[in-house]
Design a protein around this ligand. Structure first.
Ligand code: CA
Length: 388
């Protein structure tokens, strides 16, 4: 029987929200994760790599999903790491329940070569690359192996901020100044961390036509409210069923979210609950599941358009501001800003959804936590049964 699941390579920089991207990619029944590569970002590369292996251990997948350390700095810039008030000293502060990794990262082959080999082993037009950190590894992958552009099915990126009322999301204020970016007034972290990498992806028109960009304008619609945190902590039935809810994994996940909640409230003034960016980029690969429908429907048209433009698919020409240093960006330059221009109807370009089915997204994510709980429980009982 052929495996109809979607093959996915996940590049990330864990990171609180990367944790949920890994969980969704590892446990969604329609996704077959090929491997994980890591990149600098939320913390230095050694830390994001350690975090990736710890997360896979926590969800019972360490022996099945290989982790490869990738780039420790941008293509042409020094490394830029998130300040410790965003993700903490480790890049993943806020819980003591993260286990030490049982399987180390693989360093005998480079992340780029491992990703290329894994993707080429899949049938043409099937595999996705998802990136939820700086786009350094992804840009290097398609530069080294340009033939992969026609081979893959798609590229899904979490990054950028559009602004201008692209969605109704609140993007926040810092020091009383409204902003579209989460790192500077204009730039989102993953793009600013390596603007040249982002630019090289969007300049490649064949690749751009296969790319879905999930900007802050969309992720800030997906807030981890108290209700969502309760769902993740107690499960879909509120923990009423014997032996369900509040497992170590669930407590750990919610502790990570709570750390993020405080950050978003303290730094960005978003008090309803923190946005959960990265798993949305994983959810976007589920196009084509179930008779061509999204498992989690995304809206890639302007819902407010009426008349002839109503329901018209939107595709964008995307450019990135690469002028300026990180320091100049901090001082107000537009470095790392993403500029999206709507293309005429029917032209190919980057897909930038404006919304998704958010309650369904949370339901699907919780189901993945449930599956991870079952895997962990089964591993624990095997251990007990084996007497070792
Ligand atoms: Ca990330």
């Amino acid at each position: 029987m052929s495996d109809s699941r979607i093959p996915v390579w996940l590049d990330c920089d864990p990171g609180h929200d990367d944790t949920f991207a890994i969980l969704l990619a590892a446990y969604h029944p329609a996704i077959r994760i090929l491997g994980v590569s890591t990149v600098f970002g939320n913390a230095a590369l050694e830390k994001t790599t350690l975090n990736a292996t710890s997360i896979l251990t926590a969800i019972g997948k360490a022996d099945q999903i290989p982790v490869y350390p990738g780039a420790s700095h941008a293509l042409v810039r020094p490394p830029m790491h998130a300040p410790t008030d965003i993700h903490g000293e480790t890049g993943l502060d806020g819980t003591s329940l993260l286990p030490p990794p049982t399987v180390p990262a693989i360093t005998s082959v480079s992340a780029i070569d491992a990703a290329a080999a894994a993707l080429k082993a899949e049938k043409p037009g099937t595999a996705w690359v998802v990136a939820t950190g700086a786009f350094t590894n992804v840009a290097a992958l398609f530069t080294k192996c340009p033939e992969l552009v026609s081979h893959i099915k798609g590229l899904s990126l979490m990054g950028g901020a559009i602004g201008g009322g692209f969605t109704p999301a609140v993007l926040g204020h810092v020091d009383g100044v409204p902003r579209i970016g989460n790192w500077t007034q204009f730039a989102e972290f993953n793009v600013l961390a390596d603007p040249e990498a982002a630019a090289s992806i969007f300049e490649n028109k064949k690749l751009a036509a296969k790319t879905t960009l999930i900007p802050l304008d969309v992720t800030h619609l997906v807030l981890t409210t108290q209700e969502v945190r309760d769902l993740l902590l107690y499960g879909a039935d509120g923990g009423k069923k014997e032996g369900e809810g509040k497992t170590t994994l669930r407590v750990m996940l919610v502790e990570l979210l709570m750390f993020f909640a405080k950050t978003y409230s303290d730094v960005f003034g978003i008090t309803e609950g923190p946005p959960l960016h990265d798993p949305i980029a994983v959810a976007a690969v589920l196009a084509g599941v179930g008779n061509g429908q999204h498992e989690i429907p995304f809206c890639d048209f302007d819902p407010s358009a009426t008349g002839a433009g109503a329901g018209q698919k939107e595709r964008y020409d995307v450019t990135v501001v690469t002028e300026g240093t990180y320091e100049e960006a901090r001082a107000g330059a537009r470095t790392g800003q993403v500029i999206a221009c709507l293309l005429p109807p029917g032209e190919e370009g980057v897909t930038i959804p404006r919304n998704l089915d958010i309650p369904l997204f949370w339901k699907v994510l919780e189901e993945c936590v449930s599956r991870a709980d079952a895997t962990n429980a089964s591993a624990a009982s095997t251990k007990e049964g084996g007497g070792s």
